[in-house]
Design a binder for this molecule. Structure first.
Ligand code: HEC
Ligand code: HEC
Length: 388
């Protein structure tokens, strides 16, 4: 037999084996085509906004890693970040590390009414732990029970707020802390008087000396301790974090639908995105009451730029279900009311005849659109808010 003939069966066998190996490799690389087709079908099925949704499909799609989730509905040019767990370590400035001793001192100061002129108002009076580190009021009451003009922001996420306050008038937590102490409608004190009171107290001199290497207490140290304490309040690994880390069964069907709507049809990720659910930007949602008794021009009061008229900082939505009422003026008592207002495209007050050419008349934010979501979708969105 010529050598070629003898080799042929071997050749055939080798080719068959190689083909089988290749096929196996291909199947592994392309986990069955049927699964891929089903996923593609699911993506289409959850794409349109609808009064009801295919929950199996929704779950199938949101079991995937987040970079394969449906692309968020955001306007062109918007820099959004995918939802993600908060970092395990809260960022802090190099000049003010949060040592356990400093945090403990900050906790004591935060709850101490001696930081106010009257000796009756502490930071915790308006930022109560049981009320999601806010005060449950439309606007806060401070010194002499004077009403402030704005709703108290929860301090739980203040480590991620930059700049701080509804109008961004403080650049850092260290800078922020002395504002309420010296605000005539809040704690109505001065830095100098505060220093004198703390230096003369029985307890604080020794406690400050342990944390700061100095003999005299100064207001800067008070601010540093308060800032370090507030950074320690960031919620650790809540339900949303664990869901985002891969435990995809932690949200029920309604909550998952709400998450999907938040990212897509409800357009929330235009402003509330990333781990802290905020762009830390300023937007006018039409709640400025221009020309009326309750007028508040927000960011404009800090920058003097007419383009900032009526703009307020996008708050983090972490823990939002515990911090009613909502918005800079506490206009909404319930989350559902907030959802209804977003659905309607927010109030769009129109200038009166005299206001038409007024350069300060606030211009509505182009990112806010009427949504026309169904009642069931608004319910799902509200349920998602409860998981944050
Ligand atoms: C009388 C009530 C009241 C007291 C007392 C008070 N706050 Fe506030 N706090 C508020 C209000 C109202 C706001 C929002 C004000 C604004 O944005 O204009 C706020 C905002 C903040 C913010 C900004 C959070 C963010 O995300 O921008 C921080 C931080 C804060 N307070 C910390 C403190 C500290 C620290 C103290 C004590 C030294 C304190 N507050 C005392 C009512 C109060
Ligand atoms: C154009 C940017 C933008 C978009 C889009 C947007 N938000 Fe907001 N959100 C803001 C700003 C700014 C505020 C504060 C406004 C104010 O107080 O005047 C806010 C406030 C809120 C509040 C109140 C929080 C608090 O602590 O008082 C909730 C809840 C909220 N948004 C949820 C949503 C949801 C849900 C969506 C999607 C339906 C959404 N937002 C879309 C910018 C936006």
């Amino acid at each position: 037999m010529p050598p070629m003939r003898r080799l042929l069966p071997w050749r055939l066998a080798t080719t068959a084996v190689l083909a089988a190996v290749a096929l196996a490799a291909w199947t592994q690389a392309h986990p069955d085509d049927t699964e891929a087709a089903a996923l593609a079908q699911c993506r289409e099925r959850i794409a349109p906004s609808a009064p009801a949704i295919d929950f199996d499909c929704l779950r199938r799609v949101y079991r995937l890693p987040s970079d394969q989730w449906p692309v968020p509905h955001v306007s062109e040019g918007v820099a959004w970040q995918e939802l993600a767990p908060l970092p395990k370590a809260t960022p802090e400035p190099a000049g003010n590390p949060g040592t356990p001793e400093k945090i403990a001192l900050g906790r004591k100061l935060f709850g101490d009414p001696r930081l106010s002129r009257s000796g009756q108002i502490a930071c915790a009076t308006c930022h109560e732990p049981e009320l999601g580190w806010s005060d449950g009021r439309r606007v806060s009451f401070g010194h002499d029970r004077q009403a402030g003009r704005r709703n108290a922001i929860s301090v739980a996420m203040s480590a991620y707020a930059q700049p701080l306050f509804w109008d961004g008038r403080a650049a850092s937590l260290e800078e922020q802390a002395l504002h309420p102490i010296q605000d005539s409608r809040e704690m109505a004190f001065t830095a100098r008087q505060l220093e004198r009171r703390l230096n003369r107290s029985d307890d604080y001199p020794a406690e400050f000396a342990q944390v700061f290497d100095s003999k005299r207490i100064d207001a800067r140290q008070v601010a540093q301790a308060l800032a370090a304490y507030q950074r320690s309040l960031v919620p650790r690994s809540n339900r949303l974090d664990r869901f985002l880390e891969g435990n995809r069964d932690l949200l029920n069907d309604q909550q998952l639908w709400g998450l999907h709507l938040f990212r897509t049809h409800a357009r929330c990720m235009n402003c509330h995105s990333g781990p802290a659910l905020t762009d830390n930007g300023f937007h006018n949602l039409g709640l400025h009451f221009y020309g009326r008794r309750r007028q508040d021009l927000g960011r404009y009061e800090v920058t003097g730029d007419p383009a900032d008229s009526g703009r307020f900082r996008t708050p983090s939505l972490r823990g939002v279900s515990r911090t009613a009422p909502y918005m800079h003026n506490g206009l909404f008592a319930h989350l559902r009311g907030v959802m209804n207002m977003y659905n309607a495209g927010m109030p769009r007050p129109r200038p009166t005849a005299e206001q038409v050419n007024d350069p300060l008349y606030p211009q509505p934010d182009p990112l806010v659109e009427r949504l026309d979501l169904h009642r069931t979708e608004l319910e799902a969105l509200t349920e998602f808010m409860e998981t944050l």
